[in-house]
Design a protein around this ligand. Structure first.
Ligand code: FAD
Ligand code: NAP
Length: 319
């Protein structure tokens, strides 16, 4: 006998803080819930050193918070499977979530795919990736004990992760303006730290190295045009984030930059497809806001599935 296809109430795409919270709320409401994740559960928390603006913890390392969130989110029976989602197809009342290996049939979907780091796109960046070029202080910082580092960017990530790196190395933050974008508390901390210095009004022209690893950066002053080189052992790049939405562009639910547009209930313009966390068009991208979105979506999905069940039962009765 042919095995009957499993139908989920909700498939959550991405196991970062937003997706994990949506799964917690949905599974706790007894919805048949599947979380598809293409990497390690935790999302950006895995790449974050210290989190000190998540209530309940004065300070906690990102990977530890990720582990706690994962365990508590999955305890009401949500399933977790590996899956790199390539597409969502609308099939009548169902939504098909397709990876390159499998298709999952579901009544609703929560997109929680977050963002990815923007690259500098300068010579040497790809060549020395993993050989001095890094996008993750918590992963790679310890390789640079007593070394000289350049950290590129002026936002929260550059300043916070740059300060974190001073437990290992001397850090020069290279920013393209003369004023940081980062939160004031992070700025103050960096300005007070003797191991942090700044190079203002400069952009990276090239990341230099020998046949093994990074040896320095070539910088250009955007005010004077002056080109200089700086000897460093590593370059940590934090120049912003881009939406992880390639798989959903054909649904017409994204804005011009690719962020998913939702209303306050986390509903997109396609019924049964919700989005939460960093992947949304929003002003504040934080763990707290991703978690808040996840709760809202999990709750909204419950009502959507209730209505879905009533609607489709009605069709069966009428036929
Ligand atoms: P993410 O955490 O990005 O998770 C998305 C998940 O989806 C990932 O696991 C990814 O693998 C998965 N995924 C993506 N595409 C697919 C696909 N096609 N198929 C399957 N899975 C997919 N916020 C704070 O509040 N405090 C901090 O101290 C802080 N520090 C930060 C430090 C850094 C360096 C960075 C980059 C961010 C920091 N943030 C911080 C922001 C915070 O990490 C994010 O706001 C939060 O993680 C967003 O959660 P999310 O669930 O929306 O997305
Ligand atoms: P971001 O806020 O977009 O900052 C990116 C920085 O890189 C800006 O300073 C920008 O310069 C600079 N930049 C952009 N393109 C550049 C280029 N091509 N060359 C040189 N510099 C370039 O990104 P982020 O710092 O990664 O933060 C992403 C999100 O995560 C934000 O919402 C942030 O609040 C959140 N986050 C929060 C925390 C926390 O709460 N503790 C920590 C980390 C991240 P300009 O300033 O000139 O634009």
């Amino acid at each position: 006998m042919e095995e009957q296809e499993k139908i989920y109430d909700v498939v959550v795409i991405g196991a970062g803080p937003g997706g994990m919270t949506a799964a917690l709320y949905a599974s706790r409401s007894n919805l048949k819930t599947l979380v598809l994740e293409r990497g390690v559960p935790g999302g950006e928390l895995i790449n974050t050193a210290e989190v000190e603006n998540y209530p309940g913890f004065d300070s906690i390392m990102g990977p530890e918070l990720a582990d706690k969130m994962y365990k508590s989110s999955m305890r009401f029976g949500a399933e977790h499977a590996y899956g790199d989602v390539k597409r969502i197809v609308v099939d009548g009342e169902y939504r098909l979530v397709q990876t390159n290996k499998k298709s999952f049939r579901t009544k609703s979907v929560v997109i929680a795919t977050g963002s990815y780091h923007r690259k500098l796109n300068v010579p040497g960046e790809d060549q020395y990736n993993g050989r001095g070029v890094s996008y993750c202080a918590v992963c790679d910082g310890a390789f640079f004990r007593n070394k000289q580092l350049a950290v590129i960017g002026g936002g929260d990530s550059a300043v916070e992760e740059g300060t974190y790196l001073t437990q290992f190395a001397d850090v020069n933050i290279v920013h393209r303006r003369d004023e940081l974008r980062a939160q004031k508390i992070l700025q103050d901390r960096a300005f007070k730290n003797e191991r942090v210095s700044f190079t203002w009004d400069n952009v990276v022209e090239e990341i230099n190295g020998d046949d093994k690893k990074v040896t320095g950066v070539t910088l250009r002053n955007v005010e004077t045009g002056e080109v200089t080189t700086k000897a460093v052992d590593g370059v940590f790049i934090y120049v912003g984030i881009l939406p992880q939405t390639d798989a959903f562009l054909d649904l017409g639910i994204t804005d011009q930059e690719g962020w998913v547009v939702t209303n306050e209930l986390m509903e997109t313009s396609v019924p049964g497809i919700f989005a939460v966390g960093d992947v949304r068009q929003k002003t504040l991208r934080q763990v707290t806001t991703a978690v808040g979105d996840g709760g809202e979506a999990g709750n909204r999905v419950f009502h959507y599935v209730e209505e879905w069940n009533e609607r489709t039962e009605q069709v069966v009765v009428e036929n």
